[in-house]
Design a binder for this molecule. Structure first.
Ligand code: MF3
Ligand code: CO
Ligand code: CO
Length: 247
């Protein structure tokens, strides 16, 4: 069941979304050659607490950190640790916070110094996928219009979309109905209603779409070990357009 949020619910989600976005941008701004993914997570944890919020990830199904940091061939759910960032890497910072009973979930992928031009295109295209999808999060549209837009933009640029992981409804819980695949048939799926809140999150691969989970039970990598990019916003469906809650 897709929960339609009330005006006070949306107020709460604006607050959690705001915090998630500030943490995302601060951590992304600290991504540079030489820093470890674990150091980024320590800073995030401190900053989240500074807002009086808590990580929505830490302890979620046993997840061991406050954020996800996914480098290069890591698609999502990279566990922060000793990996040191290098020039030419792309790094996805995914932040989820709970504040006032509501969750905000957002991610961006940043390039470290000069990247391979095709990798830069991958990152730009993935962000474009997200923005085009968000434009369709308005009342009267169908859910898989969003999915189709992501797939179309990614594949037109010669990239592939991940199929085993999806976006999701979000609210008092991080993962609510519906699932939001990054591929689909336009004009199908549930009809969107103002007040639905979604985490839309294209995961786009340079090479093939297949992914696998490493032995740590979390780290999702591309099977071909080529690079993958990830962007995510929490948005509210509106009558005339979406409201991005994690700007
Ligand atoms: N942030 C992820 C998402 O976008 C979920 C992270 S799973 C966790 O849905 F275990 F790390 F929390
Ligand atoms: Co996320
Ligand atoms: Co999410």
């Amino acid at each position: 069941m897709i929960i339609v949020k009330s005006a006070p619910d949306l107020e709460g989600m604006r607050a959690s979304g705001y915090i998630a976005a500030r943490v995302r941008d601060a951590i992304a701004g600290n991504v540079q050659a030489g820093v470890t993914t674990g150091e980024l997570a320590d800073y995030a944890e401190e900053m989240i607490k500074g807002f009086g919020a808590e990580s929505a990830f830490l302890g979620y199904k046993g997840y061991p950190s406050s954020i996800c940091v996914s480098v290069n061939e890591v698609v999502v759910h990279g566990i922060p640790g000793k990996r040191r960032i290098e020039v030419g890497d792309i790094v996805s910072i995914d932040v989820g916070v709970r504040y006032g009973g509501y969750v905000g979930d957002t991610a961006k992928t940043v390039m470290v110094g000069t990247c391979d031009p095709r990798v830069a295109e991958l990152v730009k295209t993935t962000e474009k996928c997200l923005m085009e999808a968000i434009a369709l999060a308005r009342e009267g549209r169908r859910l898989f219009d969003i999915s189709h837009a992501i797939q179309g933009t990614a594949e037109a640029a010669g990239f592939s979309v991940v199929r085993q992981f999806v976006g999701h409804g979000i609210g008092r819980d991080m993962h609510e109905d519906p699932q939001i695949p990054n591929f689909g048939k336009p004009g199908t799926g549930p009809r969107l209603v103002a007040g639905m809140t979604f985490a839309i999150e294209p995961m786009v691969n340079m090479g093939r779409s297949e992914v696998e989970v490493l032995d740590d039970g979390w780290t999702v990598v591309t099977k071909d070990r080529k690079f993958s990019a990830h962007f995510e916003h929490t948005v509210a469906v509106g009558k005339d357009g979406a409201e991005v809650l994690t700007l």
